[in-house]
Write a protein that binds this ligand. Structure first.
Ligand code: UD1
Length: 423
């Protein structure tokens, strides 16, 4: 298993180009199951979760054709359509469950394993009850047998009004995709409104879907008979962007971040400004300079968009280890998403957890050590910590990082980080 060796502290200077968003590309790829005509997707990030989704689509009978740099993919339907989402693929990635709605909507049958993915929710796992309950309301019937969801519908799904009892990114995406070819009108209330969901709806609209946001969290979908051929470019990755913003702030860096619309991460940029970063933005560029002294901040709280994202909580925690006082972060989305704290403590971080709040002591000297990645974003936090730790940090299990960050070591090397992949 590969490891990263980082020799710190490192200076950060230069430019970095942001890749396509993994979390936007995944539902877009799943929704290609709804099409009869070929679809071309551009700006795909080359990360493992995307390969997993493409493998899953291939296992269902889709034909995948890549451009030379593998950033553009053409997806065709074949006559060998299958309906089986296997455990061996779905156990590695939670977003695999997003094939369920499109399969039911288009083919009215599916057998799909419960998904895996990052363990972020303590003992409560990562449930899909919101997906299943909402799909049931538009006509899906299902039974659970030996870890598989055996689902079917009597012909087309039927539009109705659904109010999600809890805001969920995945369940919102699942229902939008399922409603696109359903009979009549579906109204989704209390929907997630993450930028990746807007990217999914823009993609589907580019193929003729009738989708309208009729309130802040209310999405209206009127079913159409078919979707037409389309070419679509996936939005930039806001979590990768946020991670690089933290790197620059943390290492007193001077960084230009390209290919990303800064409006999407205003909440994060405002926090970074508050703690001292100098930030200038233009249409698709962020210029960020880290301060000599990072100011502490209380009560960063993770929330659904347009709140502060849980996927940047571990990275911001590292930043606050270097602030000039005590800071706190409360995790509201995933119970127990603090596994990285133990590893950060190995590097010298002083963090205590009380319920869902982490209290972070600033002004600590971090020093290199051996640490282990536990999930995707926690791994990014360990890389950031390695950048400002004195000496050698060895991070194991970096396959987590490879799931979601495209060529991270190449990008970091270019801006001054001494990082090496040990195979
Ligand atoms: C997506 C993102 C993930 C991000 C998360 C929250 C992708 C591929 N992943 O995950 O990176 O951290 O949004 O922004 O886009 N829940 C239920 N029942 C369900 C579904 C969810 O109880 O059926 C709970 C979850 O356990 C969690 C909360 O709802 O506590 C939010 O989860 P959700 O928004 O669904 O996250 P994902 O779509 O899994």
């Amino acid at each position: 298993m590969d490891k990263f060796l980082i020799t710190g502290p490192c200076k950060i200077k230069g430019q970095v180009s942001i890749s396509g968003s993994k979390n936007a590309a995944l539902p877009i790829l799943a929704s290609t199951l709804l099409f009869d005509k070929p679809v071309i997707i551009k700006n795909l990030p080359r990360v493992r979760d995307i390969d997993t989704m493409l493998n899953l689509l291939e296992s269902l009978g889709s034909k995948i054709q890549f451009s030379k740099n593998k950033k553009i993919v053409k997806i065709y339907k074949t006559k060998k359509q299958k309906y089986f989402g296997s455990y061996s693929i779905l156990k590695t990635m939670r977003a695999g469950i997003l094939i369920l709605g499109p399969l039911i909507s288009k083919y009215h049958k599916s057998i799909c394993s419960f998904p895996g993915g990052c363990v972020l929710n303590g003992n409560s796992g990562r449930p899909v009850n919101l997906h299943l309950n909402a799909l049931k309301k538009i006509g899906m019937k299902y039974e659970i047998k030996k870890g598989y969801i055996h689902a079917k519908s009597n012909g087309k799904l039927k539009g109705t009004t659904i109010k999600f009892p809890k805001i969920s990114v995945g369940a919102t995406e699942q229902l939008i995709m399922s409603a696109v070819l359903a009979k009549g009108k579906t109204i989704l209330k209390n929907s997630a409104i993450e930028p990746e969901i807007k990217d999914l709806t823009n993609f589907l609209k580019s193929a003729g879907a009738n989708i309208k946001w009729i309130g802040k969290r209310t999405c209206q979908i009127i079913g159409v008979d078919t979707l037409s051929q389309t070419t679509y470019s996936v939005m930039g990755d806001r979590i990768e962007t946020g991670t690089f913003c933290v790197a620059a702030t943390l290492a007193k860096g001077n960084l230009i971040i390209r290919n990303f619309n800064p409006n999407v991460i205003q909440t994060e940029l405002n926090i970074l400004k508050k703690i001292g970063a100098k930030i200038k933005t233009s249409k698709d560029k962020i210029h960020i300079q880290g301060p000599q002294k990072i100011k502490s901040i209380r009560n960063i709280t993770t929330r659904e968009y347009d709140g502060f994202p849980t996927d940047l909580q571990p990275q911001f925690m590292v930043l606050l280890c270097k602030a000039n006082g005590i800071s706190s972060i409360t995790e509201n989305i995933f119970q127990g998403r603090f596994i990285h704290v133990m590893e950060l403590q190995r590097l010298g971080a002083k963090i205590t957890i009380k319920d869902s709040t982490a209290i972070i002591e600033g002004n600590v000297n971090l020093s290199g050590s051996e640490v282990m990645s536990s999930d995707l974003r926690a791994s990014a936090a360990l890389v950031l910590a390695g950048i400002v730790s004195k000496g050698k940090t060895i991070i194991s299990r970096i396959y987590h990082l490879d799931r979601g960050y495209e060529k991270i070591e190449n990008k970091l090397k270019k801006i001054g980080v001494k990082i090496k992949r040990l195979s």
